[in-house]
Design a protein around this ligand. Structure first.
Ligand SMILES: Cc1cc2nc3c(=O)[nH]c(=O)nc-3n(C[C@H](O)[C@H](O)[C@H](O)COP(=O)(O)OP(=O)(O)OC[C@H]3O[C@@H](n4cnc5c(N)ncnc54)[C@H](O)[C@@H]3O)c2cc1C
Ligand SMILES: *[C@@H]1O[C@H](CO)[C@@H](O)[C@H](O)[C@H]1NC(C)=O
Ligand SMILES: *[C@@H]1O[C@H](CO)[C@@H](O)[C@H](O)[C@H]1NC(C)=O
Ligand SMILES: *[C@@H]1O[C@H](CO)[C@@H](O)[C@H](O)[C@H]1NC(C)=O
Ligand SMILES: *[C@@H]1O[C@H](CO)[C@@H](O)[C@H](O)[C@H]1NC(C)=O
Ligand SMILES: *[C@@H]1O[C@H](CO)[C@@H](O)[C@H](O)[C@H]1NC(C)=O
Length: 604
């Protein structure tokens, strides 16, 4: 039957899971490594990209790396604070030798989730013996689909409302045999997921290291629009409400303005399947249960029976009651990944470093043997060191300030990078109605309408209650939580417009008074009073290319100039703002330019 074929196709697309090892589909391996084992290599920035690169290079025998870090810690945008009942604390081992993550709870002010497609991070977690925990279910979804602005829905109710809205308006078609609302919603969702996944592969091919390969002119034209326009144009209305939040919730921009490339980049078929499973797990398990009960007798005798069974075997993997939980978190904090790597690999990190303006001179005009000279201050003392190769993981948009001999090609690419602001605030307040109140006690909140477009800049659009997640504690009076605000436009705010900044861990006052003020206003609108602000971090975020630069091929031009001028440009500016992407980008560089082979993320 037609839908049987349909489900097989979904299965085929889904199982095209991406692992490492081979070269890029249409890439060519470059011969000579750009540096020797005896060379000194300078790495600017000890965030995830810099730490991971130094660690993998060490595994390959390149041990003379030095990391230059502006702040007093490794981890960059993976920043964890810890609180107990009386204030800040340090996690200690308990009697059994395990970290006590319950009485001293981790609050991630940056990276926090480990999604189902994050193979490179799962590999690191395993390699360094870190602990993960499955993120608890239940989300408080606020949106115009709910009863009023103080009422939330579950994720499943939210997606259902948004799809049924489309069905009513006629933008979403459902099969005639989908009689109940449940089946209408799942039917519409499944057929849109299938269509999306097929489209994704036809446009981007099989993506190897998370960054799509260079796209040809006809493909570029098909994605020369915003992600929202792309979904609309390709008749993917059933995914609109869902993806609007799945994309924007991470601070990756509003789907109404972000170029389609980035939507497709982030929402891989694997990630999308994971999100759908997560949102409908309980319902799917019920259906799975139903089909199991009927297995002995007449399964798949009616079209509807076949369809439901096929649906379930796709989403549940054939096993009843075993829908995979897809989002995990780190109870010891995300920063722990990078501090553990730096410690166990014995990386040479210089903290509190200020590289002087024009302080990096690659001496490109001289012969290729001339060293790279780096001038910097550390604890007020000026120092000069020489290296043979530079790896730069800071924001590329600001490289011009530090690198004296930036070439025209480099500058013309970097000057096209634009960024956003994602602010996180650690604060304490009494419970929030329909989210952390007594009758709900939910771990995470999203406010969907506040992810619609730039008129929503500065809204309180997401929130997390870590005590609930990591310690199973619900407090009826005061709850420490982490709130999120996002800005597409921020240039009019003097405290935000210089995006060459690293928010410091111990700085008590917010760097951006307007952001803090807006946060308190937003909470008050939701009837949250008695708010105590503990810390706020307005991160410069998601350095990316705008539509025109994508059409000119800049993301791929950047990759192809790697190694020229004694430099690798890595980190989020080179690819996409996630730990998954920056580590994959490193693996791609090592694979393509050094012929490295990996097994579970380790060099072999
Ligand atoms: C609130 C928030 C939530 C997030 N959630 C997730 C998530 O759930 N999943 C996910 O995958 N990702 C998430 N991210 C994104 C992820 O944290 C980043 O993509 C990742 O940290 C990027 O790594 P990086 O090394 O490229 O850059 P950064 O993490 O920004 O590190 C760069 C480092 O370089 C240093 N540096 C910069 N310039 C200089 C200079 N001139 N001299 C010396 N040092 C310099 C900085 O101090 C910093 O330590 C989140 C980020 C934030 C802010
Ligand atoms: C909280 O942690 C601090 C520092 O680790 C410690 O001094 C204090 O006693 C702790 N408070 C509680 C209630 O455990
Ligand atoms: C992780 O644990 C294994 C088994 O106990 C051990 O062999 C390995 O050295 C550990 N890895 C690190 C990085 O500590
Ligand atoms: C462009 O790339 C797509 C996707 O890889 C491919 O299907 C198509 O044939 C290519 N078109 C041209 C003109 O090369
Ligand atoms: C992309 O679309 C814009 C209009 O939205 C158009 O001006 C531009 O020429 C297009 N670029 C390409 C390469 O098709
Ligand atoms: C707000 O805090 C004050 C003083 O801590 C307390 O008396 C009052 O009951 C609190 N109000 C709420 C709504 O929790």
């Amino acid at each position: 039957m037609a839908f049987r074929f349909l489900l097989l196709t979904i299965l085929a697309v889904q199982s095209a899971a991406v692992r490492f090892g081979v070269d890029l589909a249409n890439g060519k391996a470059h011969g000579q490594p750009p540096f020797k084992k005896s060379d000194r290599i300078a790495i600017v920035g000890a965030g995830p990209a810099g730490v991971h690169m130094a660690s993998r290079l060490k595994q390959m025998g390149y041990t003379k790396t030095v990391l230059f870090e502006r702040s007093d810690r490794v981890g960059g945008k993976s920043l964890t604070l810890y609180l107990n009942d009386t204030g800040e604390c340090i996690q200690q081992k308990d009697k059994t030798g395990q970290m006590d993550t319950k009485s001293c709870v981790a609050h991630d002010m940056g990276t926090c989730f480990l999604h189902n497609g994050y193979h490179s991070i799962v590999d690191l977690v395993n390699e360094y013996n870190l602990t993960t925990t499955v993120a608890p279910e239940g989300r408080a979804m606020f949106s115009h689909f709910a009863k009023d602005s103080f009422s939330s829905q579950s994720m499943q109710e939210f997606v259902t409302s948004s799809i049924m809205d489309g069905v009513k308006k006629g933008t979403i078609k459902v099969p005639w045999y989908a009689l109940t609302t449940k089946l209408k919603v799942l039917g519409a969702l499944i057929s849109a997921v299938k269509q999306y996944n097929i489209l994704h592969e036809s446009l981007l091919g099989k993506v190897e290291f998370s960054m799509p390969p260079r796209l040809n002119a006809s493909t570029l034209q098909k994605i020369n629009m915003t992600f929202a326009e792309f979904l609309e144009k390709n008749d993917l209305h059933a995914l609109s409400g869902f993806l609007m939040f799945a994309h924007a919730a991470q601070g990756y921009g509003y789907v109404t303005s972000i170029p389609a490339l980035y939507g497709l980049w982030w929402i891989s078929p694997e990630l999308l399947n994971g999100y759908v499973q997560m949102s409908f797990r309980q319902q799917l398990e019920k259906i799975a249960d139903y089909t199991t009960k009927n297995k002995a007798g007449r399964i798949c005798q009616s079209m509807r029976g076949c369809w439901v069974r096929g649906l379930v075997s796709w989403l549940v993997g054939g096993e009843a009651g075993a829908v995979k939980r897809t989002t995990t978190m780190l109870p010891e904090g995300y920063q722990k990944i990078w501090t553990t790597i730096a410690e166990k690999d014995g990386l040479d990190v210089r903290f509190g470093v200020d590289i002087l303006e024009q302080g990096i001179d690659r001496q490109l005009a001289s012969s290729s043997n001339t060293p790279i000279v780096i001038k910097y201050t550390q604890n007020g003392e000026q120092k000069t060191e020489e290296f043979q190769f530079l790896i730069y993981s800071g924001p590329h948009a600001h490289a011009k300030k530090y690198v004296k001999d930036l070439a025209d090609q480099e500058q013309s690419i970097f000057s096209k990078l634009k960024s956003f602001v994602l602010a996180t605030t650690l604060y304490a307040s009494p419970p929030v109605k329909d989210y952390t109140d007594e009758s709900h006690q939910l771990p995470i909140m999203y406010s969907a309408d506040k992810m619609a477009d730039s008129s929503q800049d500065g809204s309180w659009y997401a929130d997390r209650y870590d005590d609930d997640i990591f310690a199973g504690v619900w407090n009826p009076t005061m709850q420490p939580r982490v709130g999120y605000q996002f800005y597409e436009n921020y240039e009019s705010d003097d405290s935000l417009k210089d995006t060459d900044r690293t928010p410091l861990r111990n700085k008590r006052m917010s760097l951006a008074p307007a952001v803090l003020h807006r946060f308190k206003q937003e909470l008050a609108k939701q009837l949250v009073t008695n708010v105590t602000i503990i810390r706020q971090y307005p991160w410069p975020y998601f350095h990316h290319f705008e539509q025109e630069a994508i059409q000119e091929g800049m993301p791929w031009d950047l990759f192809e100039m790697q190694g020229e001028r004694k430099t690798w440009w890595i980190g989020a500016s080179a690819c996409f703002e996630s730990v998954h992407d920056v580590t994959n980008y490193n693996l791609m560089l090592l694979s393509k330019y050094m012929g490295a082979q990996f097994e579970a993320g380790r060099i072999v």
